[in-house]
Ligand binder design. Structure first.
Ligand code: ATP
Ligand code: MG
Length: 408
């Protein structure tokens, strides 16, 4: 995990730079133009304000390609906490803790010296000018500030692969000086692409699927089917913990839980046999569709990956698509389990997914599942069950939860 490589102690030990610490945000998807760009930036600024509400009241100042996040009485600790929180907000490529200083060489030098205080090893200075009227060129300022650091600390300059990089950015009204930063998630701000409903199992895949769709700007709600009353509530606790963790990427998450055990039993006694798993999955999707319509969602999202398990063959996926009219998004469709697990680890859902529970899908499942489900056969089963009515009832029976990131 990268850290804010800004030598916190060294900065505090000395007289503060006459400037203020702030978070400098680099935006993603810079190719967006015109109206989309405006939408992106506005949405992102709102999302940054919402995500940081629990830490401090912030001002988000929009500049070309970057945001500046300021807060009153900013301390280094508060700014670090803000940067860390902001690095989870979708649409951001970097969150830097930066010193915001006067737009003159002397102020920039002073900040750069403080950033490098107490450090060893080589360094490089890199300047970017968003205001081209600044009297020195980028290379001139690199040399000037680099020379100063070299004079004062005797550290060697190394342009390729330095141990430390001091970044200077000259903006419209001020300069920013920073070293290191936190990589963001990239993607688009949540809310830019509409709303969807994630079918959330408690396994490894569906949380990653949710993450990947949020990263494309979708705001998501979650739907979990528990085996209750024939299983304990463990799978619900897991789904809750997963959604609470994923809430850091969007805020305001809703988890809907359906007790699914009785419906599963009905499927089983309808003689579904080898088709039981696909019939169950179709019922989940149909229930999801009813709920999505109620919530204003335009899509369903699952953690299916082609061929991963017997229910995820191409034929079976086709039979699942047939169950609903809403599009089903499957962001993991072409991913290996190893890749999915790596991503789950990075977003911190893996350890929760690996907790033991009693998955509703193993309940009442046949010993051998059908890998080539026939849609006509499935429709026959569903006719006997009056499945539309059943999906309505299940969607009526949901319990709503609001897991909040950071709550215990
Ligand atoms: P996961 O790791 O997400 O559980 P999986 O490899 O176990 O996936 P399946 O059990 O076949 O795969 O489930 C495929 C998809 O169906 C899941 O990713 C999820 O979107 C949905 N799903 C399965 N079980 C449930 C459930 N109990 N509640 C809600 N959605 C479910
Ligand atoms: Mg599963």
């Amino acid at each position: 995990m990268p850290t804010l490589d800004t030598a916190t102690e060294a900065v505090q030990a000395q007289t503060p730079v006459d400037g203020e610490p702030c978070v400098l945000i680099k935006l993603g998807e810079v190719v967006l133009k015109g109206k989309n760009r405006e939408l992106f930036e506005r949405r992102l600024a709102d999302n940054v304000r919402a995500a940081t509400r629990g830490i401090a009241r912030v001002d988000v100042i929009r500049r070309h390609g970057v945001f500046i996040v300021r807060t009153k009485d900013a301390t280094v600790e508060k700014i670090d906490a803000l940067a860390e929180r902001i690095s989870d907000v979708m649409g951001i490529v970097w969150a830097h803790r930066a010193w915001r200083v006067g737009k003159d060489v002397e102020s920039v030098e002073r900040a750069a010296l403080e950033l490098m205080a107490g450090r060893t090893g080589s360094f490089a200075v890199r300047t970017k000018r968003r205001d081209k009227r600044f009297p020195l060129t980028s290379t001139e300022l690199d040399r000037q500030v680099g020379g100063k650091i070299n004079d004062v600390y005797g550290l060697p300059v190394k342009l390729k692969g330095p141990d430390h990089t001091v970044s200077i950015e000259i903006d419209r009204d001020e300069a920013f000086v920073f070293s290191g930063g936190l990589p963001g998630q990239g993607g688009l701000p949540v809310g830019m692409s509409g709303r969807g409903l994630v079918l959330m199992s408690g396994g490894i895949d569906s949380p990653v699927a949710a993450y990947r769709m949020m990263r494309r700007g979708l705001r998501v709600d979650y739907l979990h089917f528990s085996g209750m009353p024939f299983t304990g509530p463990e799978s619900i606790y897991k789904a809750y913990a997963l959604v609470r963790e994923l809430d850091k990427f969007q805020g305001g998450s809703r988890l809907f839980v359906v007790p699914f055990g009785k419906a599963q039993q009905q499927i089983k006694s309808s003689g579904a046999d080898k088709l039981a798993v696909i019939a169950q999955r179709r019922l989940m999707l149909k229930t999801g569709e009813v709920l999505a319509h109620r919530l204003g969602g335009g899509t369903l999202i699952t953690g299916d990956a082609l061929g991963q398990v017997s229910s995820q063959t191409l034929t079976n996926i086709t039979a699942l698509d047939d169950a609903v009219e809403l599009p089903i998004l499957r962001p993991l469709i072409g991913m290996d389990k190893i890749e999915i697990m790596d991503q789950a680890r990075r977003i911190r859902t893996l350890s929760i997914s690996e907790l033991p529970d009693e998955d509703c899908c193993t309940l009442l499942a046949p010993r051998r599942a059908e890998t080539r489900a026939k849609i006509d056969d499935l429709r026959q089963i569903e006719k006997r069950l009056d499945v539309a009515e059943l999906a309505d009832q299940l969607a009526e029976s949901v319990q709503e939860h609001r897991p909040v990131y950071g709550d215990s």
